[in-house]
Write a new protein. Structure first.
Length: 160
């Protein structure tokens, strides 16, 4: 997730550097860009009258909270967590000054189904039950497809 956010941050910086835009500080990306992908993966959505909306994984082992009614730029606008909300294994927080494009990169990475190469020992014991195991696939060779073997030669001698 950090890699994806940093990659997007670098892209924003380079876009700003070579143009007259200032997307790092005046991001025009709508907040729904960050949470629509959560809906497509089956996350639940609840809106409260206090100006927050919460998105939870189908297993309820993680979520994203968006404070859409913020009065100051120093308030936390986004909070994400993994694990149970009362005892998360990790959290990420973004202030209302964070470009929505960065939050969208984070949520896209959060729901990515691309396997991460790691050993079981790299994963904390308490979260191993939430793992999905994937078998690595070999890289496909580019170029001409493999040729089918020739048909078997006809049997010599007698026929039935």
């Amino acid at each position: 997730m950090l890699h994806d956010v940093h990659s997007e941050l670098l892209d924003l910086y380079l876009d700003d550097r070579y143009s007259d835009q200032d997307r790092l500080f005046q991001d025009e990306t709508a907040p729904y860009e960050a949470y629509v992908p959560l809906h497509t993966r089956g996350w639940s959505h609840a809106v409260k009258t206090d100006g927050t909306q919460t998105f939870l994984t189908p297993e309820r082992l993680g979520g994203v909270r968006h404070r859409y009614a913020t009065s100051g730029s120093s308030e936390l606008a986004w909070r994400a967590w993994g694990g149970y909300p009362s005892e998360p294994h990790w959290t990420a927080r973004f202030s209302s000054g964070t470009p929505t494009t960065l939050v969208a990169a984070f949520t896209a990475s959060l729901i990515s189904t691309e396997p991460l190469p790691r050993t079981v020992q790299d994963v904390p014991t308490q979260t191993r039950r939430a793992l999905y195991l994937a078998t690595p696939t070999g890289k496909q060779q580019h170029g001409n497809p493999p040729v089918a073997p020739p048909p078997p030669a006809p049997a010599s001698g007698r026929t039935r």
